[in-house]
Design a protein around this ligand. Sequence first.
Ligand SMILES: [Zn+2]
Length: 62
Amino acid sequence: MAEPGGSKRIMRPGDEAPAGTPGTDEVVCPECEGAGELIGKPCIACNGTGMVNRRPENRESA
Ligand SMILES: [Zn+2]
C-alpha cells in the first residue's frame, strides 16, 4: 500500500497498545459510548474514562 505523505501515521494520542493486546482488554463503554459521562452525570460504568475493561471471566493467577 502506498502512503502519500510519507511520515504520517494514523494514531490517536494515548493509543499505545493496539486493540487485541493481551492483558489490555479495554473496550468503549457501552453506557456512555466512550463519552465518559452521561447526560448530566458522570458515567459510573466506566468511571468517567470512557473505556471499560471487558473480562469474560476472572482468569488471573493470583
Ligand atoms: Zn461510560
